[in-house]
Unconditional design. Structure first.
Length: 269
């Protein structure tokens, strides 16, 4: 089936899914580009619909990817370039857009490892930062990422794009800060709050045991709940005029220090 009109109901539906309330209502999100579609299928994510425009392909294997999606049960629709661009988030679409079923998960599905390496992100607002943190967590083989008191939709297409598909490979849970603290304590995992106001430097901390690295909102940092409730507070030294780092950058620095101390071995089950 070839879709030529940007007013086609299916095209309008995909565009409507840019709104969080529509994604929540349908339980789906929008994936765009070869890497996102490929990695989602590798992770067992169910694609329900796949839209493609050969005119916009950037590589040589898009046809194989479409065939793979069809074999897994996705409905396939070819579109004109105008129709595909209408649905796209990117300035330069790759000719591939899909809808995928997504499910929010809680701590009951998070692996609990005594020597686990966890990243906790509290009240993060910017999708790009959340996606970048997921990408870094995957890069170091972290046990999981826990979103506390979420302010942005984890299945926002911009989160998925910034994560380069890592959202499909890193165990992810959403919960409250209170439940997260209780969960870590019940599993004897230390919580480490990152704050420029701490006097202890992060490199002096032993990160080889079970640990949860906690970072906070872009503008205000961690709430008092974490600052007072965490087992340890650490700082990343600031030697210039700035008094803090971008939250995704700070998370990456902490994760890589933990990975270095752990001799670059993944911290997953």
């Amino acid at each position: 089936m070839l879709i030529t009109s940007v007013k086609n109901p299916k095209i309008k539906r995909v565009c409507a899914l840019r709104e969080r309330r529509e994604r929540d209502r349908e339980g789906v999100t929008v994936l765009e580009g070869y890497r996102e579609l490929s990695r989602s299928m590798d992770a067992g994510i169910q694609l329900t619909e796949c839209y493609h425009c050969p005119e916009l392909y950037l590589g040589e294997h898009e046809g194989e990817l479409i065939a793979r999606a069809a074999a897994q049960g996705a409905e396939i629709y070819e579109t004109t370039a105008d129709a595909l661009v209408k649905m796209a988030y990117r300035d330069r679409p790759e000719g591939l857009i899909a809808l995928a079923r997504m499910r929010h998960k809680g701590l009951d599905e998070m692996p609990a490892l005594s020597n686990g390496l966890y990243l906790v992100a509290e009240t993060i607002e910017k999708p790009g930062n959340l996606g970048s943190m997921l990408r870094s967590a995957d890069a170091v083989g972290a046990t999981g990422v826990i979103i506390c008191n979420r302010r942005t939709d984890v299945f926002n297409p911009n989160v998925i794009r910034a994560s380069t598909g890592a959202i499909f490979s890193v165990p992810l849970a959403e919960t409250s800060s209170e439940e997260a603290v209780e969960w870590f304590r019940s599993h004897n995992i230390r919580t480490v709050a990152a704050s420029p106001h701490s006097t202890d430097v992060y490199t002096d901390l032993d990160m080889t045991q079970g640990i949860a690295l906690v970072v906070g909102a872009e503008q205000y940092g961690l709430t008092d709940y974490w600052m007072k409730g965490a087992d340890i507070n650490v700082q990343i030294p600031m030697l210039g005029r700035m008094d803090s780092l971008n939250v995704a950058t700070a998370a990456t620095i902490l994760l890589y220090e933990a990975a270095r101390q752990r001799k670059w071995k993944p911290s997953r089950a």
